[in-house]
Design a protein around this ligand. Structure first.
Ligand SMILES: *[C@@H]1O[C@H](CO)[C@@H](O)[C@H](O)[C@H]1NC(C)=O
Length: 310
């Protein structure tokens, strides 16, 4: 006889595998044609270039030249503008790099090239990443005092027309709107203004890829060859990343505080224990969230017990 959570996790695992395969199929279908179009464009440019220089350059020489340039580009060294682009390791750029290491965003557009740099990167991240998590969690804990004050206020004003769950969902909606406006839309508008090659979708996509710490690195602010005040821009972007990720964590913490939205609890081992006690005591379903609430301690501390006991 399987545990309840075990049979559920088997279903979840099967669904997850399917989800992964669906994702792969969709990317495959959408991206293939676009890639082919780019390849054709590149082939045409190469052909036209060679035809214009048949007397002085051979196909092999051009191939070797392109290879060198692409290799350098992949390591973050640009051949554009007669290789006069600014260093990747000015202070602003380096701060941005350190920020993407500590937040685990890891764009990968610039990477340490020296042995020493790689070793330092490992040691730096080993200490820095846990430190970042501790710092973020501690800040989120304090911000939760503020958001929970808002929750208590909403509860006080609206408890006669809304249920407890509805008040909590409204509260979540307010925080989510704040996140959307100040961490996604406003920065996206600013990036669209500053970055000449980005449209709004590109900027929003950059914010999303960064805030989820996926960090694909296809769009990086301040890497335009003609960028003014690059160092300042990079530093401000780093500040944005840190603030944005804090607000992301705050939103996640708010979601975790609503047991009804905590889908994961159906799959964890402790859900079996809860099921057992439920069967034994035949508690009403409305009591469930008090039990779950006390176990929600991902971000510990800042719980609004006053609101609960009301
Ligand atoms: C590129 O740089 C080299 C020396 O670094 C110089 O001799 C050459 O004139 C430059 N070319 C252009 C187009 O600026």
């Amino acid at each position: 006889m399987l545990r309840r959570s075990t049979s559920r996790i088997l279903i979840l695992g099967a669904f997850y595998a399917l989800y992964l395969v669906i994702g792969a199929s969709v990317f495959c279908a959408i991206e293939g044609p676009d890639e082919n179009k780019r390849k054709q464009e590149l082939k045409d440019i190469r052909k036209t270039f060679l035809e214009g220089h048949t007397s002085c350059i051979t196909d092999g020489e051009l191939e070797a030249f392109i290879e060198k340039i692409v290799e350098a580009q992949n390591r973050g060294v640009s051949a554009i503008k007669n290789v006069t682009s600014e260093s990747n390791w000015s202070f602003g750029q380096s701060l941005f790099f350190a920020g993407t290491i500590l937040t685990t965003i890891g764009y990968g557009h610039v990477t340490p090239l020296s042995e020493g740099g790689k070793v330092f990167c490992v040691v730096y991240a080993l200490i820095g990443i846990p430190l970042t998590l501790i710092l973020f969690t501690a800040i989120v804990e304090r911000l939760m005092l503020l958001t929970n004050a808002i929750l208590s206020l909403l509860e006080k004003k609206l408890s006669h027309i809304l249920t407890y769950l509805q008040v909590r969902l409204l509260h979540l909606a307010i925080i989510f709107t704040f996140l959307l406006v100040f961490i996604f839309i406003t920065p996206a508008v600013i990036f669209t203004c500053i970055e000449k090659r980005w449209n709004f979708l590109d900027s929003f996509y950059y914010c999303f890829i960064s805030m989820t710490t996926i960090g694909l690195g296809d769009y990086i602010p301040g890497d335009d060859v003609n960028q003014q005040n690059r160092a300042l821009y990079k530093i401000l972007t780093t500040v944005y990343l840190f603030i944005g990720l804090t607000i992301m964590m705050l939103t996640l913490a708010t979601i975790y505080e609503i047991p009804e939205l905590n889908i994961g609890s159906h799959f964890y081992l402790k859900s079996d224990a809860e099921h057992e006690t439920e069967k034994q005591t035949l508690r009403k379903p409305t009591n469930n969230y008090n039990a779950a609430e006390t176990e929600q301690s991902t971000f510990g501390g800042a719980k609004d017990n006053e609101a609960l006991t009301e």
